[in-house]
Design a protein around this ligand. Structure first.
Ligand code: SF4
Length: 204
């Protein structure tokens, strides 16, 4: 695999062909925030919090570091004013959907994001896809997936699969940046297989 030299935040970084900007930065000790990335899962580029500024051939643009592949001689800025402003707006939009997420609130404080800038549309899920990808790629169970499109898009546990696959797993809960995966599972359990729900409820 050929070596690629690029510059990130003024530092010369060596990367391998096929690496993403996020991976190259991480290998050089440069931290880029993200809410949807997991090193064992296929990059998804959903939350856009990893947005960085990229300069190639004298032109700059914003790209998602977790899905954008490295190229020779590219210049990347992970902390420019433009990057900071962009991440702030992205966080404000995400906060409208998941205002109680601790991970989001922590990043919001760091970037000065206003939790009340956009009208609240709390779905409590930011559609990061971590639960869906983890279940499919690591567990190979496909118990949770996306339904619908556009503004109606949401994650759902498939009752027939979840009733068999989830009760002794639940590993997606701790990956979820908003706690919605757990809430969605508990609701599915209560509605679709209530016997299991009452059996797993803590005793009074
Ligand atoms: S439930 Fe959580 S992990 Fe799953 S897509 Fe929504 S925010 Fe991401």
């Amino acid at each position: 695999m050929s070596e690629i030299l690029l510059q990130i935040d003024g530092k010369e970084v060596k990367a391998s062909e096929g690496m993403t900007i996020y991976e190259a930065a991480k290998s050089a000790g440069i931290f880029i925030p993200t809410l949807c990335h997991h090193e064992k899962l296929t990059p998804y580029g959903a939350c856009r919090v990893c947005t960085v500024e990229l300069e190639t051939a004298g032109r700059t643009r914003l790209v998602a570091a977790c899905v954008y592949p490295v190229e020779r001689n590219m210049v990347v800025r992970t902390r420019s004013v433009k990057v900071g402003k962009t991440r702030k707006v992205i966080l404000e939009e995400l906060l409208a959907h998941a205002p109680d997420s601790e991970d989001l609130r922590r990043l919001a404080r760091e970037y000065g994001a206003d939790a009340d800038r956009f009208e609240k549309e709390p779905a409590f899920c930011i559609l990061c896809g971590l639960c869906v990808r983890y279940c499919a790629e690591i567990k190979q169970k496909y118990a949770v997936g996306f339904s619908d499109r556009g503004p109606r898009r949401e994650i759902i546990f498939i009752p027939e699969v979840a009733s068999k696959a989830c009760w002794d797993c639940k590993e997606c809960f701790e990956l979820c940046p908003t706690s919605y995966a757990q809430a969605a599972y508990v609701l599915t359990e209560a509605l679709a297989f209530p016997d299991r729900a009452s059996a797993s409820a803590p005793e009074e």
